[in-house]
Design a protein around this ligand. Structure first.
Ligand SMILES: [Zn+2]
Length: 480
């Protein structure tokens, strides 16, 4: 998107002018960039202005979404994931909701109160400004949205985000297993104000970082631009940072590593840089001009991916910590650039990403590490699948997150079995064709939503019909 279409411009347009002028701006911007795809042309833009109060752990925000309706509809659905992070499902408080300056009825619903229905008559291909003001009570917990025990504030899942529309609104609630997100690419222009002593790291690029004296206090305001990503994430806290620029394809990528407890931060930064480099060379160039890794506690995960931004949880095992950095980096290909249904086919991004975590070592010349990891994964999966007759273990891979009995079953089916499937495909077709197929999968599905068929099609371009092999694994009819 044009550099001139930044958050300040959106805010000025939306606050001072009418919807028609916004539409004209979109048309103008589209016309200025003829290389944009249809997915990019119609992708939503989020303009978020937020202030975080560290004393009360409260985020106050105003937000505007430039939204082009994909079909006629009497309502729109947004996810308010913030409510998933407390037992009472009441962390977000919507103070005002308007469409094109008209206040409209809205309702928070769903068993965990993570859905927001906005009643309004939308017309296909018309563009609207959905505005809202809200506060979020950030819980004190080591979660995706939370003030962690170590003082880092994880600010992801805080904003109301449009649900996907695919012939109807997809109204999935949050899930405690896996990553219950299924997003189209969007662009985010975010302003965050925090106490002066807090640093901010985020998706995208920092446009400005200024300290001002406001109401008797020094405050830091960071302006961020993050274009064409699946989900926006940021973190604030008293961390240190290292940066390095690396040339990937035809662009310089600024790689940042933010940490508060790391005996060898240079090694962590270097792992992020080398992972980006190896995956760029193998599958196709990284699609953004920045990548930020932030160390922050997540109680139930080693890390979490967002567009051009990841969280990694401290780990006493240095090898595991570095592999988590590689894993979350691989998600920039399989999740961020190539989207997939993470609720119903989680293996498609997690299985491939887990495979890539160890394929990184293979590609870096340490084939023994890859072999050892795949053997370990195979043993782990076997121990789960052996439970089938007794606890009803279900090895089918295309099923909703809510159908998994335990976190262990979810990990075994999506991560372990998924990684084993990709390693089997690699063994069958050879490294060269395998890499060519995944490069094609990346290129053909960038900024789109891929599925099992997209993967099969990519292998067909290399002369391999792997449909029945993949479906045998995903339907759990193949003997592994
Ligand atoms: Zn993952």
């Amino acid at each position: 998107m044009s550099k001139t279409f930044n958050n300040k411009k959106i805010r000025v347009v939306s606050m001072m002018l009418c919807t028609l002028i916004c539409i004209a701006v979109c048309i103008l911007v589209s016309a200025c960039n003829p290389k944009k795809t249809r997915e990019q042309d119609s992708s939503p833009c989020y303009d978020i202005s937020a202030e975080y109060d560290a004393e009360t752990a409260t985020l106050s925000a105003s937000q505007e979404i430039l939204y082009t309706a994909q079909a006629d509809s009497d309502y729109a659905v947004l996810h308010v994931y913030a409510n998933a992070f407390s037992k009472d499902n009441n962390l977000i408080n919507i103070l005002l909701l308007q469409i094109d300056r008209q206040t409209v009825d809205c309702e928070i619903y769903g068993e965990d109160k993570t859905l927001l229905k906005v009643n309004f008559s939308f017309k296909e291909n018309d563009t609207y400004i959905i505005s809202c003001k809200y506060t979020v009570n950030v819980p004190r917990s080591d979660t995706r949205l939370g003030v962690t025990e170590d003082g880092i504030v994880n600010l992801t899942c805080f904003y109301p985000v449009l649900a996907r529309y695919d012939g109807g609104w997809l109204e999935d609630c949050y899930s405690q297993f896996g990553d219950p997100f299924f997003s189209d690419v969007s662009s985010f222009y975010v302003s965050l104000t925090v106490d002066e002593n807090m640093n901010v790291a985020s998706s995208g690029e920092t446009v400005s970082n200024e300290i001002r004296y406001v109401n008797g206090k020094y405050k830091r305001t960071v302006e961020i631009s993050a274009e064409y990503i699946r989900d926006f994430g940021m973190a604030a806290g008293q961390f240190r940072s290292l940066s390095e620029s690396v040339r990937l394809g035809d662009r310089d990528v600024n790689v940042n590593y933010c940490y508060y407890s790391d005996d060898n931060p240079t090694a962590s930064l270097e792992r992020a840089v080398s992972s980006l480099t190896v995956f760029s060379q193998t599958f196709g160039d990284y699609s953004h001009s920045s990548f930020t890794v932030v160390q922050s506690n997540l109680a139930t995960a080693g890390g979490m991916e967002y567009g051009s931004f990841v969280l990694v949880s401290p780990n006493p095992s240095i090898e595991s910590y570095l592999d988590t950095i590689t894993h979350e980096t691989a998600h920039q290909w399989w999740y961020d650039a190539v989207g997939s249904d993470q609720l119903n086919s989680a293996w498609l991004d997690e299985g491939l990403t887990e495979f890539c975590t160890y394929y990184y070592h293979y590609l870096s010349g340490n084939r023994a590490a890859h072999t050892a990891a795949m053997s370990e994964i195979s043993r782990a999966y076997s121990s789960f699948s052996a439970l089938k007759p007794t606890v009803g273990f279900d090895g089918r891979m295309n099923r909703h997150l809510s159908t998994y009995l335990t976190e262990g079953e979810y990990v075994a089916v999506t991560y372990y079995k998924g990684a084993l499937l990709f390693d089997t495909l690699r063994t069958l077709v050879g490294d060269e064709k395998f890499q060519a197929a995944l490069s094609r999968y990346y290129k053909d599905n960038m900024l789109k939503i891929a599925n099992e068929q997209s993967l099969c099609s990519a292998f067909k371009t290399q002369g391999y019909d792997v449909d029945s092999i993949i479906s045998g694994w995903t339907n759990d009819t193949a003997i592994i």
